[in-house]
Design a protein around this ligand. Structure first.
Ligand SMILES: Cc1cc2nc3c(=O)[nH]c(=O)nc-3n(C[C@H](O)[C@H](O)[C@H](O)COP(=O)(O)OP(=O)(O)OC[C@H]3O[C@@H](n4cnc5c(N)ncnc54)[C@H](O)[C@@H]3O)c2cc1C
Length: 400
């Protein structure tokens, strides 16, 4: 029987193993940690955001800052609908939340882990933990995998080591080009009077732009103890991961807390002024933001909260609206997002055949998951790439 060695017992490795034909192959997973699937365990705050209910591959690839071109053909073969069906067939129903993120109905990542453990057990997949791969050597038609607990011989390698720099070095030594690793999905550290004392304040739809990079994003925004977070920040951090690393995470952003153009905000203000001239500005509800945030805007705009709206000067209004719709902040660093963070960079995609996720340089060598230069924004997309790629590899090997 031919030997498949899967290096890395994470999402991509286990999904591939769970789909392989055990009648055809002897399958072994080598995992350096004492437990497998550790990232799945902590994923989605312990709930595991398995996938995203987006069933059109063309739409789906838009969520991948790196890998969008290459993944199109992959998703036409295995996409979120297939993931949902795969789990459903194994009695693991998934539920779609309002924002299309998809979780196991149990709300527990352990359900997903148990499913993989059951599937691989049924297939007699050997799982060797505390087994760190140090080097891979090509010998004639086979590979010799050197580990801290001896050598393994393989006819086929499936390389799914995640974003470990040491493990990238192993494939680099085999001839693959590595695109340097940089973090993706992070929040912005900002020290500013406007944000002080307001952690937890959220905005339904804010706009963020980075003038230096001529880029902008919109979406929910959240004030944290360290600065700004929320989907709008995470999205822009993923799309600009490489440029922001080059700027050493020191750059200026402009935030529109209400996503309303200046002129429209001015019109809303003037209308309010006409209809409520006697109201104190501090108690005026002109925009859809919390009272505390509005009062903070007035404070930093140096406008007396007790002043009647009719007495607000043009200059004062301008200042208030600038702080609300065009507020500039200096970002001085980043913090990693606790629910989901990934690494951009990894094995160069030009060296991968996306029909079956095989290496174009090494025969009988397949690569999947975060070890590739592929990553997505938050929402279950990173796992979906692992499932689709792992499935393609299994299909290819099963058909050999
Ligand atoms: C806190 C957190 C939460 C997340 N939540 C979500 C989420 O809800 N939804 C989502 O889509 N994505 C989420 N992600 C991203 C997602 O976890 C990753 O994209 C995904 O786990 C990548 O899978 P992988 O199989 O490529 O790598 P991994 O899951 O990292 O697995 C690689 C495995 O290889 C092992 N390994 C590495 N080198 C060696 C070696 N030399 N020898 C032996 N073993 C080795 C590692 O120990 C590891 O177990 C989250 C990430 C984090 C950090």
């Amino acid at each position: 029987m031919k030997q498949i060695i899967i290096i890395g017992g994470g999402a991509a490795g286990f999904f591939c193993a769970s789909n392989l034909d055990e009648k055809k192959y002897s399958i072994t997973i080598l995992e350096q940690n004492s437990d497998v699937l550790q990232k799945v365990k902590i994923s989605g705050g312990g709930r595991c955001n398995v996938t995203h209910a987006c069933f059109d591959p063309r739409e789906l690839v838009q969520f991948y800052p790196r890998g969008n071109k290459e993944l199109l053909s992959v998703f036409t073969k295995f996409q979120p609908g297939d993931t949902m069906e795969w789990f459903d067939q194994r009695n693991v129903p998934l539920k779609i939340e309002n924002d299309n993120r998809t979780f196991p109905e149990s709300n527990s990542s352990q359900t997903i882990i148990n499913t993989f453990l059951n599937e691989t057990q049924k297939k007699n997949v050997k799982v060797n933990t505390k087994c760190t791969v140090k080097e891979i050597e090509k010998q004639d038609e086979k590979y010799i995998v050197r580990t801290n607990s001896g050598d393994f011989e393989a006819d086929y390698i499936v390389y799914t080591t995640g974003s470990s720099p040491k493990s990238l070095k192993i494939v680099e030594n085999l001839g693959h080009k590595i695109v340097p690793l940089v973090p993706s999905l992070f929040t912005f550290n900002i020290k500013d009077e406007l944000l002080k004392d307001l952690p937890g304040t959220s905005f339904e739809n804010a706009g963020i732009s980075i003038p230096k990079l001529k880029t902008e994003e919109s979406g929910p925004l959240l004030i944290t103890h360290w600065g700004l977070s929320g989907p709008a920040v995470l999205k822009i951090s993923a799309w600009e991961a490489i440029s922001l690393a080059q700027l050493k995470y020191n750059f200026e952003i402009e935030v529109n807390f209400v996503s309303i153009p200046m002129e429209d905000a001015e019109e809303a203000f003037q209308n309010f002024k006409q209809n409520n001239p006697k109201k104190s500005i501090g108690q005026s509800k002109i925009f859809d933001i919390t009272n505390r945030f509005w009062q903070k805007i007035l404070e930093i705009s140096k406008v007396d909260l007790n002043k009647q709206v009719a007495n607000i000067s043009g200059k004062e209004m301008q200042k208030i609206l600038e702080n609300l719709c065009q507020k500039k902040f200096q970002v001085t660093g980043k913090s990693t997002f606790k629910d989901e963070f990934v690494t951009a960079g990894g094995i160069d995609l030009k060296e991968i055949n996306f029909k079956n996720m095989s290496s174009k340089l090494l025969p009988n060598f397949y690569i999947a998951g975060e070890v590739l230069n592929i990553d997505a924004v938050t929402g279950g997309f990173n796992f979906q790439a692992c499932w689709s790629e792992g499935w393609l590899i299994a299909q290819d090997l099963n058909e050999l």
